[in-house]
Design a protein around this ligand. Structure first.
Ligand code: NAP
Length: 520
């Protein structure tokens, strides 16, 4: 059995004491163990502050971009090995494993390019300057400077590669050293990636540390220049949000949590049209890709009330056409859930929801003797406003079809009942419907994806998170924001208002100095 080690203070550390076992969710065989016991967590932060931070801040954006590019290439060179590990430890078919690993490679490459485009800078201007005096001599500029702190990243189990590297890419490009802690049940992939990153030689010492297992008392030692970015359940987010030291020292925090994502089909979309087919295909994809363990997967599907039976039949057929089984079989498109805990939680969640609606296909029952499998499950609600369907995220292959009147404003109101989502998709060819629903939903959903005949052929599915666009959502989705090109760096940088003589602080002057001697 593999022992996952932590990379801390410039060496690989093997945990002493009790460890957590990682399993193959298809066979239930034990694969590895992880323990962070014995780590000096205060020392981890000090190491990052003393070594990694200064080394990164001495580099220009272009140099940090080259570093990210080197990491992207180092991971890409081991893509097949990582896909195999993901199949074993996360139960993902090859296509889903690629989704995670290519997501990590692509996001690093994207931020690598961005860094190179930013060139020899060590800080960034934020928007145009402002005249503050009677004349332009007294001038103001907002600039973004690197913070001399550490970024602690606590990640969810469902995207061990992408989740770790999308966060690391933004922090490293901003000049911030990282401490990465993956979700333990699927940490094998993240651990191998950490090994590859360290072995690449691209990272200055202290810029990247990795913890296999619990974070111990790490958060107790974080300070005012540090930042915590968390992805996981709203339960854990609530605990961390109230962490005494984080509150007392005003540590910057970003939370990415649960989300009851929605899809809305407008009444104008006729059966067989491109938009209709896209709607059915995307709902089925979201339900089955990564066995529904995707933070952006659709959980609530709003359809005009008189079309509930028609749409239920279409979605059930599409979801059941997906071959379920051992993810190492090339024909399989949906594997098991990632862990025994997940199986228990998803079954319990389906049972709770099924009390308030009809099960059109699937259900909580066991479907295999071995492995953490659940069938794709479609529920149908009689009442689109029933609170049960707007309160709980079942983090598995489960979606609920909810009737609504067909009115765009009502659709937006129903989406809002979920208390804040990561993404909502709206399908229509009616400009007025798209505009009304899209803008009204915007306040409740970090991303609004508008599907229509005109974009159907080129569109990427709504569940796909792209580095160019922000990821995160209000309310129960955590209230956080990641990625979005340069926006993703703001969390790690300090925005400072510089006020003084224009000749000193305007881009021509500061830029000229900074190009000669990086000081940020
Ligand atoms: P989780 O149980 O909340 O765990 C998330 C992370 O927090 C793991 O690394 C976990 O470590 C760690 N953790 C748990 N308790 C902690 C504590 N007291 N102090 C410090 N760290 C702690 O969530 P999960 O089951 O891994 O992930 C599934 C959830 O994540 C779903 O609800 C999903 O919607 C959400 N998610 C959201 C997004 C998004 O971008 N909004 C993306 C992906 C997933 P261990 O694994 O070692 O317990």
């Amino acid at each position: 059995m593999q022992t996952l080690t932590s990379y801390i203070q410039g060496r690989w550390h093997t945990g002493s004491g009790a460890s957590v076992t990682l399993y193959n969710p298809t066979t239930e065989a034990a694969l590895a163990q992880a323990s962070s016991a014995g780590i000096d967590f205060k020392g981890v932060l000090e190491h990052a502050r003393a070594k990694g931070g200064p080394a990164l801040r001495a580099m220009t954006y272009a140099q940090r971009g080259a570093l990210l590019d080197a990491l992207s290439k180092a991971i890409h060179a081991h893509r097949d090995e990582l896909i195999e590990l993901s199949i074993q430890n996360a139960g993902t078919p090859r296509s889903d494993a690629k989704f995670d690993i290519d997501g990590a490679i692509g996001t690093l490459a994207f931020y690598g390019r961005l860094g190179q485009e930013l060139g020899a800078r060590t800080f960034l201007y934020d928007g145009p300057g402002v005249q503050l005096g009677r004349t332009a001599r007294f001038w103001g500029e907002h600039v973004l400077v690197a913070r001399p702190g550490v970024a602690v990243h606590i990640n969810a189990f469902n995207f061990p590669a992408w989740n770790m590297m999308e966060k690391a890419a933004c922090a490293l490009l901003a000049g911030t050293p990282v401490v990465e802690k993956p979700g333990t049940p699927t940490a094998l992939v993240a651990w191998r990636i950490a090994q590859l990153c360290i072995a690449s030689g691209a990272l200055p010492e202290g810029a990247f540390q990795f913890i296999a297992g619990s974070v111990g008392d790490l958060l107790d030692h974080m300070g005012p220049q540090d930042s915590l970015a968390f992805t996981g359940s709203s339960g854990t987010a609530a605990k961390l949000r109230g962490h005494a030291n984080l509150v007392r020292r005003n540590v910057r925090v970003n939370f990415e949590a649960d989300s009851l994502n929605a899809a809305v089909l407008a009444p104008d979309v006729g059966a067989g049209s491109d938009t209709f087919n896209l709607f059915v295909a995307n709902v089925a994809l979201d339900m089955t890709q990564k066995s529904g363990q995707k933070c952006t997967a659709v959980r609530r599907v709003f359809v005009p009330k008189e079309r509930v039976d028609e749409l239920t039949a279409e979605i059930v057929a599409a979801a059941n056409a997906v071959k379920l089984g051992d993810p190492s079989d090339a024909a399989v498109r949906m594997g098991p859930l990632a862990s025994a805990d997940q199986l228990r939680d998803v079954r319990a969640g389906i049972e709770r929801l099924a009390k308030h609606g009809r099960v059109a296909t699937g259900g909580a029952g066991a479907i295999r003797e071995r492995g953490y499998f659940v069938a794709p499950t479609v529920l149908v609600a009689a009442d689109g406003r029933h609170p049960a369907f707007h309160a709980e995220e079942v983090f598995g292959p489960c979606a609920v079809i909810l009737p609504y009147s067909g009115d765009a404003r009502e659709a937006a109101e129903l989406v809002a009942l979920g208390g804040g989502s990561l993404v909502t998709s709206v399908y229509s060819n009616d400009q007025a419907f798209l505009e009304t629903a899209g803008l009204a939903i915007g306040a409740w959903s970090g991303r609004v994806w508008l599907g229509s005949d005109k974009m159907a052929e080129q569109s990427l599915a709504p569940g796909m998170v792209l580095p160019q666009m922000i990821h995160g959502g209000p309310g129960r989705a955590g209230g956080g924001e990641e990625l979005g090109g340069l926006r993703g760096l703001s969390f790690y940088l300090q925005r400072v208002a510089l006020q003084g003589f224009k000749g000193v602080i305007a881009p021509d002057s500061l830029c000229a100095q900074k190009n000669a001697a990086p000081t940020a």
